[in-house]
Design a protein around this ligand. Structure first.
Ligand code: SF4
Length: 335
């Protein structure tokens, strides 16, 4: 028995069984069983969130590692994760925790206050819920951050979450990176065993709420790297979100069930970046790449270098009060 379990905030009872309303899987869970993510367990009277406060991983990272390039650049972030995921991607780079259920591996219980105190005691104002899927940690994330205006909550998420719980998360979260894992129904179905449409809906919702949003697209050779697919993705960002949303094309390395696929060639990533710029996106980055690959931020108007990055060394250069020092364009970077 997990003594820290709390009642899930998003479920209904249907014919004596629980239907979880947290994510688009809408698991129907029989008493004594768990949903697909392993974090929701049907108790005798309630659906429990058994992952509440259960921490598997805790580190101090540079913000750029999330990746968030336009939110508090160069600052440290306390990163915390648990166990479980509502997706099961064949290429998951965190599968040792994402595909492990609560109870199958050691975790440490941290009261919300303890996590907040730890963050403050380190002199860090950024707190990221990351490593495994944080939206299935919904109750804990909200409890940690509610009313804590000095802490800047970050989610690094697959965006596979229903809108009512996402809305509650958006009330406490300041920045988000959402993975767009591919831009086809087939890729999501065959590789992630999920659907694309709810992720796009979630991203639209987050953007519409004014939460700082960046997107990550992990480019996998032969799977989601077709130029037409990348173009459709970029068109969607420009039309449904905005030109100012930073997009990270990141490099795939063989992992988990996808060991037979090679690393993404740098040329493929560069081609994706060119497509994105061609579609009008203003901030496009290549990630998981060697340090010599350009990851600076340039003013989209005059081309001046605004943020210099080398590895995880970050220097903000020519920005005043949110604007380019040279041409005055408003930049979408939050210091
Ligand atoms: S959050 Fe978990 S239990 Fe609920 S619907 Fe999603 S996968 Fe199923």
């Amino acid at each position: 028995m997990n003594t820290s379990a709390v009642e899930s905030r998003y479920y209904e009872v249907v014919n004596g069984r629980y239907r979880c309303l947290l994510c688009p899987n809408f698991c129907v869970i029989q008493k004594g069983s768990r949903g697909r993510c392993g974090t929701r367990r049907a108790g005798p009277d309630i659906l429990q969130a058994v992952n509440y406060g259960q921490v598997s991983s805790l580190n101090i990272d540079p913000m750029e590692k999330k990746p968030l390039y336009h939110y508090h650049p160069g600052e440290e972030v306390l990163s915390v994760g648990s166990l479980g995921c509502n997706l099961s991607c064949d290429h998951c780079q965190n599968h040792t925790i994402s595909q492990t259920k609560i109870g199958e591996r050691d975790t440490v219980f941290m009261e919300p206050e303890k996590l907040r105190d730890l963050c403050r005691s380190k002199g860090i104002r950024n707190l990221a819920f990351t490593y495994n899927e944080p939206t299935i940690w919904q109750e804990y994330v909200v409890d940690v951050l509610r009313g804590q205006d000095d802490l800047h909550g970050i989610l690094v998420t697959n965006g596979y979450v229903n809108l009512p719980p996402l809305q509650e998360l958006c009330e406490v979260i300041k920045g988000m990176n959402i993975d767009i894992k591919g831009f086809s129904y087939e890729f999501y179905r065959n590789t992630c065993h999920a659907a694309l449409a709810p992720v796009l809906e979630a991203a639209r919702f987050v953007y519409s709420r004014g939460i700082h949003l960046e997107l990550t697209y992990l480019v996998i050779p032969g799977r989601n790297d077709d130029p037409d697919e990348i173009t459709q993705f970029c068109e969607w960002v420009t039309t449904e979100l905005g030109l100012n949303v930073p997009v990270h094309f990141t490099r795939f390395h063989p992992d988990y069930l996808m060991m037979d696929v090679p690393d993404t060639p740098l040329e493929t990533l560069a081609a994706a970046r060119d497509i994105a710029y061609g579609e009008g996106l203003e901030y496009v980055y290549i990630g998981n790449a060697p340090v010599h690959v350009d990851s600076h931020t340039y003013c989209p108007s005059c081309g001046e270098m605004i943020v210099n990055r080398r590895g995880y060394e970050t220097k903000v250069l020519k920005m005043d009060d949110g604007h380019c020092q040279i041409c005055g364009k408003r930049l979408d970077i939050i210091l």
